[in-house]
Design a protein around this ligand. Structure first.
Ligand code: HEC
Ligand code: HEC
Length: 302
């Protein structure tokens, strides 16, 4: 091979590698361009597609405001909502993660007329109901069978007012009502306390608080609600802790992420009622002790 021939081969090789480099660069450019076009196109089309307004918005706000809810009705409804529904739906109805859904933006609520909404509240929605998305039970009457038809109408009106603030009247500041313990409550508690009058006082008050705050999830008499709170009757966890331990537990609750959580459902701090004092909770604990076999009742008291 002459040196001239070698030079020709070298130049050709260099030309080829330059051509290859250009081809590579072009290829990469095309790929990047295609990527930009596709992603940009998607972004633009997402941006251009009209976002569907929530149905509740059409039904509630597209119409002229309906009549104002009477202040007395709204206040009564709010008191029920705060004591019973708020544990699962939050104090302002925006829902609680892992518990009750957002009611303020609920299409389901916006779709129902007043009578159908009241009928829904009467029935609730079990965890295995086809419409149930959370797999958590919404108990009939929010778990409080004492609610009357009038109470349910008021709370339904309050939910309407939460959806459409234009209809909500000025409300007096809210304060939880102190529990009313009747003579019958005291008599029952005295029997459960084995004649100890001081303990009977705690139990009677705890029974009342339990059946307003804890009942929604743990059921009447603490028998539990399937798809929600565990039974507290003859409960090994309750028996394993002293009063201070139980007080700490109830104040903290048990998140679904807690390794001890077996249901995947949240036990909210203070049962979702931040207004409860330590004394209130200790009263509830005295009551819960009466749901255990006889020997554990003697641990009750403060
Ligand atoms: C123990 C917890 C709990 C309590 C207490 C409770 N709810 Fe619910 N509620 C739920 C759960 C959970 C759902 C959602 C079930 C599902 O996934 O469909 C629900 C759903 C609803 C819905 C239907 C919402 C929708 O968009 O489908 C309404 C309305 C409602 N609750 C109103 C109330 C009212 C009013 C009260 C008080 C009287 C109340 N709830 C008390 C747990 C509760
Ligand atoms: C919004 C629903 C809800 C309310 C209200 C509620 N709980 Fe619970 N609670 C639960 C759930 C759900 C669990 C079970 C969590 C788990 O899987 O470990 C639970 C668990 C418990 C446990 C532990 C039981 C065990 O075997 O591990 C105790 C004790 C308890 N709750 C007491 C109370 C008391 C007392 C109140 C009222 C002050 C109350 N709860 C209110 C939902 C609730």
């Amino acid at each position: 091979m002459t040196s001239a021939q070698v030079a020709v081969i070298r130049t050709t090789a260099r030309r080829e590698s330059i051509a290859l480099g250009i081809a590579f660069a072009l290829n990469a450019a095309v790929v990047v361009l295609a990527y930009v076009l596709v992603m940009g196109g998607t972004a633009v089309s997402v941006w251009l597609t009209p976002r569907p307004r929530p149905a509740y918005h059409e039904r509630v706000f597209a119409k002229p405001a309906q009549e104002q809810i009477a202040a007395g009705v709204a206040e009564h409804g709010r008191d029920i909502f705060r004591t019973i529904c708020a544990a699962c739906h939050g104090p302002s109805g925006y829902g609680v993660q892992g518990l009750g859904r957002d009611l303020v933006h609920s299409d389901f609520v916006a779709d129902l007329d007043d009578a159908a909404l009241v009928a829904f509240l009467e029935q609730g929605r079990p965890a295995d109901h086809p419409l149930n998305q959370t797999k958590v039970t919404m108990p009939p009457k929010g778990g409080n069978p004492a609610l009357t038809a009038e109470d349910l109408k008021s709370v339904a009106s309050f939910v309407r007012g939460m959806q459409d603030p234009r209809r909500m009247p000025e409300l007096a500041p809210w304060a939880p009502k102190p529990v009313q313990v009747t003579q019958a409550d005291k008599d029952a508690a005295l029997a459960a306390a084995g004649g100890d009058a001081e303990l009977a006082g705690y139990i009677a008050s705890g029974n009342k608080i339990f059946h307003s705050v804890c009942v929604a999830c743990h059921g009447q008499g603490g028998v539990g609600i399937s798809g929600n709170g565990k039974p507290l009757v003859n409960n090994p966890f309750v028996q394993s802790l002293d009063d201070d331990g139980l007080l700490a537990f109830v104040k903290q609750g048990r998140a679904p992420s807690d390794p001890k959580n077996t249901t995947g459902i949240q036990m909210p701090p203070k049962g979702g009622n931040p207004a409860m004092s330590d004394d209130d909770i200790l009263d509830v604990i005295s009551y819960v002790r009466t749901l255990q076999p006889a020997k554990s009742v003697t641990q009750a008291g403060k």
